[in-house]
Design a protein around this ligand. Structure first.
Ligand code: 5GP
Ligand code: MG
Ligand code: MG
Length: 205
């Protein structure tokens, strides 16, 4: 879509090429995804693990919907949340090294059923590092939920249990996803323009 059809912060007006998924569609898909997750997980304790920062908006929307679904279906077990920060990107490319911060407390993971919630899967490196780490920490069951899955050849194949949308291999921003920390405050998922990429390119590279 043409971004002028939607509300976009005016500072980003020239930085976006097109809008590929609007907020309303994301919200609708999350509502359905919560049902899909509930059908698989059922009535058992669940830890939802948010992979920061990119998935924070998707995560909170999904927690809200899953909480409603579980309440409607009178679940008798609690849903809890946990957070890990993962970093690997420099500008629009993965560096191939994934840094994980904040996932050191064994007791929070050991014996738990964990739903890993991430914004996007591209090479698969980030998700693979997280799955490996929580397996080592003794997680009982592990599911993964991705807001976006890029249709590309993965460097590492992972289990992708729940995927909201499959998207083409373009660098995208918005709904939590950044380009050098900008655009997380954009409500819709958009493809960047060359102008935007040049404007917010990190000065170190
Ligand atoms: P992977 O490790 O699978 O290559 O990439 C996963 C992480 O890289 C994502 O969690 C996300 O933070 C970042 N990433 C991958 N593709 C994109 C993209 O198109 N846009 C943005 N903003 N981040 C991306
Ligand atoms: Mg991420
Ligand atoms: Mg990022």
């Amino acid at each position: 879509y043409d971004t002028s059809l939607f509300l976009v912060p005016s500072c980003y007006k020239d930085d976006l090429k097109s809008l590929i998924i609007c907020e309303g569609l994301i919200k609708d898909r999350i509502r359905k995804l919560a049902r899909e997750i509930h059908e698989s997980v059922g009535d058992q304790p669940l830890v939802m693990l948010c992979v920061l920062k990119g998935s924070y908006r998707f995560f909170t929307a999904l927690v809200d919907e899953l909480t409603i679904t579980r309440a409607d279906l009178t679940c008798s077990t609690p849903l809890t949340v946990d957070f890990v920060r993962a970093m690997s990107y420099e500008d629009t490319e993965t560096t191939g090294k994934v840094q994980l911060v904040g996932l050191s407390n064994l007791e929070e993971v050991r014996g738990q059923n964990i739903l890993v919630v991430d914004d996007i899967i591209d090479s698969g490196l980030t998700l693979s590092r997280i799955i490996h780490t929580i397996k080592e920490l003794g997680a009982a069951k592990i599911w993964t939920c991705l807001m976006l899955s890029k249709r590309v050849k993965r460097r590492i194949e992972n289990q992708e249990d729940f995927v909201a949308f499959n998207i083409p291999d373009k660098f995208i921003v918005g709904y939590g996803l950044d380009y050098n920390q900008k655009f997380r405050d954009l409500n819709h998922i958009c493809v960047m323009s060359p102008t935007g990429i040049a404007k917010y390119k990190s000065r170190s590279s």
